[in-house]
Ligand binder design. Structure first.
Ligand SMILES: Cc1cc2nc3c(=O)[nH]c(=O)nc-3n(C[C@H](O)[C@H](O)[C@H](O)COP(=O)(O)OP(=O)(O)OC[C@H]3O[C@@H](n4cnc5c(N)ncnc54)[C@H](O)[C@@H]3O)c2cc1C
Length: 330
């Protein structure tokens, strides 16, 4: 049985999207026991720098559609469907980015197959089928979904949860141009890229505030601490719901998945939904006044106490003695 995997590669001004490298890393792992080949199809952006972006990746062949130079979801979907017709892959993987989410359902409908959105893990069945794993019922259970009867088995994958593929050597995948003329109902006139500040997912150091922070003014203290540590402020959903911080700052199941070297949580209980976003943090320091708080199960350095006493002392020590946060004994 064909065990090939097709991966939608998203490119932008800065080259291949990090989430595409994560898809390739996972696809390589999935292909190993079954022996299929990996294929790519390029969606979006900067095709000029593609050869450099693809160097050293373990892809057999990459399809480039002229229509994929723009971010027209319908045109890109049609290009991917054309690739599916040619390769007949067993698995089709797409990043759960805004663009991936708009393209994936169109492909699934055209291929008359199933689609699992926002997977946080992918595994193989003993027979080589794809197990698509994602949180369900508000994150209380991890659903394991299989596509028994149709192909390709399709999944979008949450950015930031899989390990990136490591480039090896100078090998270039075969490049194959696809020319498709589509007569879509939507005509794209122009693309205006937004200049966005680096999000919390890209930060090496994060200070995350939770409901233990009582007033908006108190966030100034945590913002100051974050800056002193060379990082950024983030939060749990509780603070977004209170209107104290925007959704872009939220960590967790319905927020961002983060992987900082250092995460300091202040007044966060550690719900399963929050934990879903911090599993790849290298060091977690948690300040919480409740010794039974669930965040302490995950924290490498648990600090039981009142954040309103601890944080000012921490800032004072960092400013006075120039120590790192891990060195300060609380
Ligand atoms: C479908 C779904 C998706 C969700 N997605 C997310 C998500 O993406 N991210 C997310 O965060 N939540 C998410 N939630 C909500 C989640 O269930 C929790 O409600 C939320 O994480 C709680 O935030 P918190 O820990 O800040 O607040 P709480 O659970 O209220 O915890 C506050 C903590 O602060 C401590 N505290 C209080 N005062 C102090 C003090 N002075 N000093 C030190 N500690 C103090 C308390 O002991 C307590 O542990 C989701 C829920 C659902 C149903």
């Amino acid at each position: 049985m064909n065990q090939d995997i097709l991966i939608c590669l998203e490119t932008g001004e800065n080259g291949l999207h990090a989430s595409s490298l994560e898809l390739i890393g996972k696809a390589l792992e999935l292909a190993q026991p079954c022996g299929g080949s990996l294929y790519g199809v390029v969606m979006g952006g900067n095709a000029e720098r593609l050869p450099e972006d693809l160097r050293g990746l373990p892809l057999q062949r990459v399809y480039i559609g002229q229509t994929c130079r723009t971010y027209d979801a319908q045109e890109c979907a049609e290009t991917v469907v054309e690739c599916v017709r040619r390769i007949d892959p067993s698995v089709l993987l797409i990043s759960g980015t805004c663009f991936g989410r708009s393209v994936a359902p169109r492909i699934a409908v055209a291929c008359r197959t199933g689609l699992t959105a926002d997977c946080t893990e992918l595994e193989r069945t003993p027979e080589g089928g794809l197990i698509q794993i994602r949180p369900a019922f508000g994150g209380d259970i991890m659903a394991r979904i299989v596509t028994d009867h149709t192909r390709p088995q399709m999944a979008t994958v949450r950015p930031g949860v899989m390990s990136s593929c490591v480039r090896q050597g100078d090998r270039m995948p075969e490049l194959c141009a696809l020319s498709r003329k589509t007569d879509g109902h939507i005509h794209l006139l122009d693309v205006q890229p937004l200049k966005l500040a680096a999000g919390i997912a890209a930060q090496k150091v994060l200070v995350a505030a939770g409901r233990g922070v009582k007033r908006k003014e108190d966030l100034v203290m945590l913002e100051h601490l974050a800056q002193r540590m060379g990082g950024a402020l983030a939060c749990s959903r509780a603070l977004v719901e209170k209107g104290l911080l925007p959704h872009e700052k939220q960590i967790g199941l319905s927020g961002a998945t983060v992987s900082p070297d250092l995460l300091l949580t202040c007044g966060i209980s550690g719900s399963v939904q929050f934990q879903a976003g911090i599993r790849r943090a290298k060091t977690i320091i948690a300040i919480n006044s409740d010794p039974e708080a669930k965040i302490f199960d995950l924290a490498h350095i648990p600090v039981c106490g009142d954040l309103y006493e601890i944080v000012p002392k921490l800032i004072e020590r960092l400013e006075k003695d120039g120590e790192s946060v891990e060195e300060v004994s609380l």
